[in-house]
Write a protein that binds this ligand. Sequence first.
Ligand SMILES: [Zn+2]
Length: 152
Amino acid sequence: MIPVLDALFRAVFGDDGEAEAVKQTYLSVDDLKRLRDAGHEIGVHTHRHRVLPRLDFDAQKREIQIGMEFLRETLGETRFTVAYPYGFHGDRTRRAMKELGALAGVSMGRRMIKPDDIQARWSLPRYDVNDCFDRASNEIRYELFSNLSTGD
Ligand SMILES: [Zn+2]
């Protein structure tokens, strides 16, 4: 880690720096299990959050595969969707997804998935988590999901 980031992590999170930041910021395996048990789909977001099209085929495949292996080992998942970091993907990404047996990939269409989108299962739209919050009020933007059925 570069010294500036190390100093920032220590200033904000204390002596354990980055390790404490990870602990406080990211979901734990138990958190993932609770989300899955509540009915949420847990998908792959790659191993190191790299811009996939900038990597060669083998590196892209490895980024996705490591994420799949993590979910297989920790949650017992056998069916995988992938949210590409920053939404970027290309021909090599799609080839890697097919070879790894992924079901679908989501990019950054910033809208709800419609039935016609299934024809392009390697480029499904999604909202980024940052799209779903109003930064001024720190409230969830429920209007994004207002056309969803509640199943009632
Ligand atoms: Zn991301």
